[in-house]
Design a protein around this ligand. Structure first.
Ligand code: PAF
Length: 295
C-alpha cells in the first residue's frame, strides 16, 4: 500500500492508472470503524484500484465544533487499510489542501443545505462540497463511496456532482450497526457507558416509527411525534430533530410514502448522534446492517 501526502506525488502515481480499470475512492476523516471498512470492501469488490483519503477537513467544522479534538489514530487506520487490500492512501496536510490564498468555496443553495444538518451546522455542507470537489478533481476516481448514515451529505454530494458534471459515480453503503443497533460513528468514542446505553434510543425511535408506518400510519406529523416521544423517554438524550423527508431534496413530507427518509439527530453526552432509516422508492427498507464482529 502506497501513501501519498502531496497532490503532486499522488498525481504522478495516478498517471499510471487508467480509468477503464475502475478506480474506487473512499473519502474519510480517519479514525476508521467498520462502517468505513464496509465502504472499502465494497470499493475493493467493484474496482481494480482502491484509494482511501484520510483528511480531517477544517472547512466543515464550525467555530464551536470539535476540529482539534476530532479523534485521530493514523497508525491504526493505515494498518486497517493495508489489511483491507487498499492500493493507496492519500493523506494531505491542511496546508496542502488549502494553501495561503485559497479563496474558493463550493456552495449549494436552498432547503437541501439549509434544513436539518444545514441549520444545525451552518457552513458545514459548503465545507464538505468544497473538499469532496477537490478530492474528486485531485484523485480522479471513477466511483466515490459514502455512508448512508450521513444521509443529507449523500443528497448534497449527489446534487453538486450532478450540477458540476463531475465524472464520478456515487455509491452509497448502508449504515453499519453494533449488534444492539447503535449506528457506528467515530464520535461514539466520546460516549461514557451510561450514555452509550442511552444512545440506543435513536435506533428504538426509528424502529417504532417504521412499525407505525407498517401499521398504516401515513401522516408525517404523527411519525415525527412518535420519534420525538421515544427520544423524550430517555433522560440522557436531547433531541435535535426528528423528521420525515424526501431523501433527495430533504423537503419535509406531509404524507409518508416511499421514497422517504426517517432522519433523527440527538445529543447524548458530548456528541450529536445521527441515525436514519431509508424507505426506498421500491418499498424496501435500508435500516442498516450489523457490522461484522471482527472489525
Ligand atoms: O463523511 C466524512 O467523513 C466527510 O464529510 C468527508 C466525506 C470525508 C469529507 O470530509
Amino acid at each position: 500500500m502506497d501513501i501519498y501526502t502531496t497532490i503532486a506525488a499522488w498525481r504522478a502515481a495516478r498517471a499510471d492508472w487508467t480509468a477503464a480499470e475502475g478506480i474506487g475512492c473512499v473519502p474519510t476523516m480517519g479514525y476508521l470503524h467498520a462502517g468505513h471498512l464496509s465502504l472499502v470492501h465494497l470499493a475493493r469488490a467493484q474496482n481494480r484500484r482502491v484509494v482511501v483519503s484520510i483528511f480531517v477537513n477544517p472547512l466543515q467544522f464550525g467555530p464551536a465544533e470539535d476540529f482539534a479534538a476530532y479523534p485521530r489514530d493514523t497508525p491504526r487506520d493505515l494498518a486497517l487499510l493495508e489489511a483491507a487490500g487498499v492500493d493507496a492512501v492519500f493523506m494531505p496536510s491542511p496546508a496542502e489542501m488549502y494553501p495561503p490564498g485559497f479563496a474558493t468555496s463550493v456552495t449549494l443553495h436552498g432547503p437541501l443545505v439549509e434544513r436539518l444538518e444545514g441549520a444545525r451546522r451552518p457552513g458545514h455542507f459548503a465545507g464538505v462540497a468544497t473538499v469532496v470537489t477537490k478530492l474528486c478533481t485531485i484523485m480522479q476516481p471513477t466511483q466515490v463511496y459514502f455512508g448512508q448514515k450521513d444521509a443529507q451529505q449523500v443528497a448534497v454530494v449527489r446534487r453538486f456532482v450532478a450540477d458540476l458534471n463531475l465524472p464520478v459515480q456515487i455509491v452509497v453503503g448502508s449504515i453499519m450497526r453494533e449488534p444492539d443497533g447503535l449506528a457506528l460513528s467515530s464520535r461514539n468514542v466520546y460516549l461514557a457507558p451510561a450514555q452509550r446505553q442511552a444512545a440506543l434510543v435513536l435506533h428504538r425511535a426509528l424502529a417504532t416509527a417504521r412499525a407505525a408506518l407498517a401499521n398504516g400510519e401515513q401522516d408525517a406529523e404523527a411519525i415525527r411525534a412518535t420519534m420525538r416521544a421515544v427520544v423524550a423517554s430517555e433522560p440522557l438524550a436531547t433531541l435535535d430533530y426528528a423528521d420525515v423527508v424526501d431523501p433527495a431534496t430533504f423537503a419535509p413530507l406531509v404524507v409518508v410514502q416511499p421514497p422517504a427518509l426517517l432522519a433523527l439527530v440527538a445529543q447524548v453526552g458530548p456528541p450529536h448522534l445521527l441515525d436514519n432509516y431509508l424507505w426506498r422508492a421500491d418499498g424496501t427498507w435500508d435500516v442498516g446492517e450489523t457490522a461484522p464482529a471482527t472489525e
